[in-house]
Ligand binder design. Structure first.
Ligand code: URA
Length: 237
């Protein structure tokens, strides 16, 4: 690892509240200063012997086509940002909508927030290509405004189909918008985060959006707690 990579790595773990770097497998952990937030009763893990999914991600992408179902297609989008990663992922991340970098590159979470997300994924011993990453909304809203309800209504069905095809064990909803859309709630993210929800066949864990972490680095500690729980669930299978 180049020295600037190593110092970025250490800085990230330092901000996450990680004590230090040792070679033992648990080097990332230290006892939490506070007890973990109370979680809803742990849902049963999804059955292991599911029949093959009814459709493929390619078929869903083909159905989306050059989508004009909502007004976002005429509001400056360069391309549709469908999703990226392992179609058999056990861990899926769901964000809000593409930003400028994603709109340019055609891939979710490739800008600054995306680079932080990649570090978060790597912090639990996975690589970006091991997980699947998608957004509720597949086209960039102009000036990064919040998606509107008619846009969500047209677009979220494609996310649901992606989830039903991938059938992850854990879905991490990144930020208020993804968590509220998936859970059909208006509860604030501060109430949703730290809890586990049954969502279709998966366990859904809302956590803070990486863009929020860029503005509020102190919240990384809570996200790290959430990610350790994700790692535990994935290991427990
Ligand atoms: N923010 C999101 O919610 N999604 C992206 O793909 C990029 C930034």
């Amino acid at each position: 690892m180049a020295s600037e990579d190593l110092s970025a790595h250490l800085e990230f773990f330092g901000e996450l509240g990680v004590a230090g770097v040792r070679l033992e497998p648990d080097w990332r952990d230290r006892p939490a200063a506070e007890p973990p937030p109370s979680a809803a009763p742990a849902p049963a893990p999804p059955p292991q012997d599911l029949p093959p999914p009814a459709e493929t991600l390619e078929a869903i992408r083909a159905d989306l086509g050059n989508c004009t179902r909502c007004k976002l297609h005429g509001l400056g989008r360069r391309q549709i940002v469908f999703g990226v990663g392992n179609p058999d992922a056990r861990l899926m991340f769901v964000g809000e909508a593409p930003g400028a970098d994603e709109d340019l590159q055609g891939e979710p979470f490739v800008g600054r927030a995306g680079q932080l997300l990649t570090k978060i994924i790597e912090a639990i011993g996975l690589r970006r290509q091991d997980v699947y990453i998608a957004n509720v909304i597949k086209c960039r809203p102009p000036n990064n405004r919040n998606p509107e309800s008619d846009e969500v209504e047209q677009c979220e069905r494609f996310l649901f189909r992606q989830i039903d095809t991938i059938r992850p064990t854990v879905i991490v909803a990144l930020g208020k918008f993804a968590a509220q859309s998936l859970l059909r709630t208006t509860d604030p993210i501060t109430r949703l985060r730290g809890r586990e929800f049954r969502y279709r066949d998966a366990i859904l864990m809302p956590t803070y959006h990486p863009a929020y972490l860029l503005r509020t680095p102190s919240a990384k500690r809570e996200v790290w707690g959430d990610m350790k729980r994700v790692r535990e669930i994935l290991k427990g299978e």
